[in-house]
Design a protein around this ligand. Structure first.
Ligand SMILES: O=C(O)CCC(=O)C(=O)O
Length: 267
């Protein structure tokens, strides 16, 4: 692949450092999103397992938050090109300010519509990852137009600076998570920022950034596809690996076929 890396500006990198996120509207074309939407609908129709090769299924409460389909790149060729998209991976590498990024996992997150729909509660991603460092990051692709009405992401700017905090259970609703964090000595007082955008837009967020999505109050599902990137210095902590890697040694950098390298800096 002999083409220049997709670049972000130094101002955008600084913004990511300060705020813990960067929004890039209109990254994918409407044709690309039509293709991804059709692929996701087909996968859902086929009833693909939540995690390939595992029997971790959704419980009813979780389904109200979203249908989560992990590691689609492994068995879904129509989705693979999005997971391996060089533009996204180049941007992730530059934001993480590292030599290379590897794929940690990908996932579709389909928030159902209607009264049944529930919020994605405030959380950080890093406490869920089997990593000894906490600077993994995600690209979240809006496969549909998203707004606060159908559950776009919302971020607490700068909250990544607290680092990876003790895991607050995902089912702790609304503001009570902030009470729990206050007991850990953490006061989150930034105003949330909504990532409303048209289909094809992308936001990147740091693994320690607090984020949330409101219930989807429309009648149609809100479809999103996310890719989680691991900077190449990040080492394995012995926890469950969603990509199914079983040969990782604690303290070693991620590697192997389940964690392919997606972007490397040119010298
Ligand atoms: O899409 C959502 O509702 C939540 C997404 C999320 O938590 C993430 O991408 O880390």
């Amino acid at each position: 692949m002999n083409r220049p890396a997709t670049s972000v500006t130094t101002q955008q990198i600084q913004l990511y450092r300060d705020q813990g996120y960067l929004q890039l509207p209109h990254l994918f074309s409407s044709e690309e999103m039509d293709a991804l939407r059709a692929a996701l609908d087909h996968i859902i129709e086929q009833g693909r397992a939540r995690v390939l090769g595992e029997d971790r299924e959704h419980d009813e409460d979780f389904k109200q938050v979203f249908l989560q389909l992990v590691n689609l790149w492994v068995d879904q060729p129509e989705v693979r090109s999005f997971t391996f998209d060089r533009r996204l991976a180049d941007i992730a590498r530059q934001l993480a300010e590292c030599r290379a990024v590897l794929l940690h996992h990908d996932q579709a997150l389909i928030k159902p519509g209607g009264d049944w729909s529930r919020a994605t509660n405030w959380h950080q991603d890093a406490p869920y990852y089997p990593m000894q460092q906490s600077d993994a990051l995600s690209a979240w692709i809006a496969v549909d137009d998203v707004s606060t009405e159908n559950g776009c992401l919302q971020f607490l700017p700068g909250s990544h600076r607290f680092g990876s905090l003790e895991l607050v259970p995902f089912d702790v609703e609304g503001a009570s998570i902030f009470d729990q964090l206050a007991q850990q000595g953490v006061t989150l007082d930034a105003a949330p920022v909504s990532m409303a955008m048209a289909a094809g837009g992308v936001s990147f967020h740091h693994g320690c950034l607090f984020h949330y999505a409101s219930p989807n109050r429309t009648e149609r599902p809100r479809r999103a596809f996310t890719i989680i990137y691991t900077p190449d210095h990040v080492t394995y902590d012995g926890g469950w690996d969603p990509a199914g890697a079983t040969d990782l040694e604690v303290g070693e950098p991620f590697s192997g076929p389940q964690h392919p390298v997606l972007s490397v800096a040119r010298r």
